[in-house]
Design a binder for this molecule. Structure first.
Ligand SMILES: CC(C)(COP(=O)(O)OP(=O)(O)OC[C@H]1O[C@@H](n2cnc3c(N)ncnc32)[C@H](O)[C@@H]1OP(=O)(O)O)[C@@H](O)C(=O)NCCC(=O)NCCS
Length: 216
């Protein structure tokens, strides 16, 4: 099965909505806010506010994600972006101890995956990760952070694997930096700028199709 990938944006927001409705009330906005919003509100009200705010972020070009399609059907996403677009990570106690890397390189984060239940276990999250890494390379590269779940109890529940797993990132050249409490780990990878090389590195990419790969 060949899948295609597209960036989240005004034109693909309706496709993102289809998946976000399935996911629940988060709308993949939790890490985009420095502080929690909507405490004490009903789930329906939270959903309304999160959808409204996510739509605004997308309109303003302040929300990045890869959408994966099976034909015309959106089946998964991977949220990524510059660190300042995903500031909630900085508030984590474990992350706070380590801090952002020093130096002038741009800092990127990969915070969330979601795959339609019917399509899980087929490598779609991996396809989305690979496309996100290509996008980061195309946008000038830098240091990329990931926060995969290491707690076995959490990793056993698909809904708690939204950060992805360490093996996904290891296979793509990420290295462990520090524990984040008992449930997660901080991993980082440096991506040099790639420009057009990043978009033309394989026939599958040129044709807009993608299959799960073995890493870069
Ligand atoms: C986590 C999730 C994204 C994985 O998507 P997927 O397309 O099934 O994942 P892939 O097939 O690409 O596999 C990626 C990794 O997930 C892990 N994985 C996949 N299926 C698994 C399973 N049944 N049990 C344990 N780990 C599993 C593996 O570690 C795999 O990597 P590896 O093959 O390199 O070891 C999916 O289960 C999901 O969407 N869960 C809900 C997350 C959520 O609620 N997100 C919303 C946040 S707002």
């Amino acid at each position: 099965m060949a899948y295609t990938v597209r960036e989240l944006g005004r034109r693909t927001f309706a496709d993102f909505e289809i998946l976000a409705e399935q996911q629940g009330s988060c709308w993949c906005i939790f890490y985009q806010r420095a502080k929690p919003a909507g405490r004490g509100l009903s789930p329906a009200e939270q959903r309304r506010i999160n959808r409204r705010d996510k739509a605004a972020f997308v309109r303003e070009g302040r929300s990045h994600a890869i959408l994966v399609y099976d034909g015309r059907t959106p089946v998964g996403w991977c949220q990524y972006g510059p660190a300042d677009e995903l500031p909630r990570i900085d508030a984590g106690r474990g992350y706070h101890k380590v801090g952002r890397p020093t130096g002038s390189e741009r800092l990127w984060r990969i915070t969330c995956f979601f795959v339609d239940r019917k399509h899980r276990g087929k490598g779609i999250a991996t396809i989305a990760l690979e496309a996100a890494l290509r996008s980061i390379e195309k946008r000038g590269g830098g240091i990329v952070e990931a926060f995969p779940v290491v707690s076995e109890r959490m990793a056993a529940v698909p809904e708690w694997r939204w950060f992805g797993t360490p093996s996904m990132f290891r296979k793509h050249g990420f290295e462990r930096v520090a524990a984040l409490g008992t449930s997660g780990v901080l991993m980082r990878k440096r991506i040099p700028p790639g420009g057009s090389r990043a978009t033309g590195s394989s026939a599958a990419e040129r044709s807009g199709t993608a299959r799960p790969g073995r890493g870069r």
